[in-house]
Design a protein around this ligand. Structure first.
Ligand code: C2E
Ligand code: MG
Ligand code: MG
Ligand code: MG
Length: 292
């Protein structure tokens, strides 16, 4: 009897596993088609200077709505693309789309200073990456300081030598480099110091339990000090409340990104958001820039 139960159990799990594998293959094929037919699109989340409220830049985030399957989150399709070898295509597509959008903003006089693009750690293994980034930048005609590349800690953990070479080449072109999701990957601090990064993004998970005193507050304070003392701009991501914003200001966090200011927006909504802000007309000299 017990043996039978085991066997049924085994069959149940293997059927479940087959179904999941089939789902993954279905989804992987749909993603391939979405890339090919340009069905992905970007949304842009504002990054705001903590002290002045000025717009510092936007992060480009990929979105995918499949006609049959509906909206699929990047938390699902980015790891899938990493498994199925499609992540480089997504990276290059994101870069092209973001640079093109920046060129349009510049032509239209829309004041978005920088666009940040996420590049997977896996993509950093390809020695052609810096050259391809350079080509895409050149095609768009935007100045390199208008583009920032976000990489995650896993790039420096799994693949430090190659990542080091790539980051040097990217920075040498004048493009910004940001360490994304910092504080979750246990990367070495000496590697962090040696990479030519100009920005550090504190992972969103630190915003849980971020209170005036306590351990999370101590860690966030320390990360901000490390980043700033290495000459980096420190960005907090996932900021949702006024209380979090106030605390981050007190401990000299430079830039804030999160739902408190805005969710990621499509181009039209971003432009509406920009027009709604009193700040956008204040980019003349002696404007809000020096205000407390
Ligand atoms: P990420 O680069 O760390 O991006 C920040 C994520 O946090 C975004 O999720 C954003 O929507 C979300 N977020 C921002 N503010 C808040 C907040 O206040 N509260 C909460 N709860 N969440 C907030 P999203 O858009 O779902 O993207 C998830 C991840 O997928 C990104 O994390 C990034 O690692 C990856 N990803 C997105 N687009 C691309 C892409 O084009 N290429 C690559 N390689 N990865 C991408
Ligand atoms: Mg990012
Ligand atoms: Mg992040
Ligand atoms: Mg994150």
């Amino acid at each position: 009897q017990a043996k039978n139960a085991d066997r049924n159990c085994y069959r149940f799990f293997s059927e479940e596993m087959n179904r999941q594998a089939a789902d993954q293959i279905l989804l992987a094929n749909a993603l391939k088609e979405a890339i090919r037919t340009d069905q992905l699109y970007l949304v842009y989340q504002p990054q705001v200077h903590a002290a002045t409220g000025r717009l510092e830049g936007v992060e480009a985030l990929a979105r995918w709505t499949d006609p049959a399957l509906g909206m699929i989150s990047p938390g699902r399709f980015i790891p899938l693309a990493e498994e199925t070898g499609q992540i480089e295509a997504i990276g290059l597509w994101s870069l092209r789309a973001a640079c093109r959008q920046m060129a349009l903003w510049m032509q239209a006089g829309v004041d978005v200073p920088v666009v940040s693009v996420n590049i997977s750690a896996l993509h950093f293994r390809n020695p052609d990456l810096p050259r391809l980034i350079g080509e895409i930048l050149h095609e768009s005609g935007i100045p390199p300081r208008r583009l920032t590349i976000e990489l995650t800690e896993s790039a420096m953990i799994e693949n430090y030598e190659q990542t080091f070479i790539a980051t040097q080449a990217i920075r040498a072109m004048g493009i910004g480099l940001s360490m994304d999701d910092f504080g979750t990957g246990f990367s070495s601090l000496s590697n962090l110091a040696n990479l030519p990064l100009n920005e550090l993004k504190i992972d969103r998970s630190f915003m849980d339990g971020f209170e005036p005193t306590g351990k999370v507050h101590s860690v966030v304070t320390a990360i901000i000090r490390i980043g700033r003392s290495l000459g980096m701009t420190v960005v907090a991501e996932g900021v949702e409340t006024q209380a979090q914003l106030d605390l981050l200001r007190q401990i000299n966090c430079d830039v804030i990104q999160g739902y408190f200011f805005s969710r990621p927006l499509d181009v039209q909504d971003l432009e509406a958001w920009l027009n709604m802000r009193p700040d956008t007309e204040c980019s003349r000299p002696s404007s809000q820039h020096d205000a407390a």
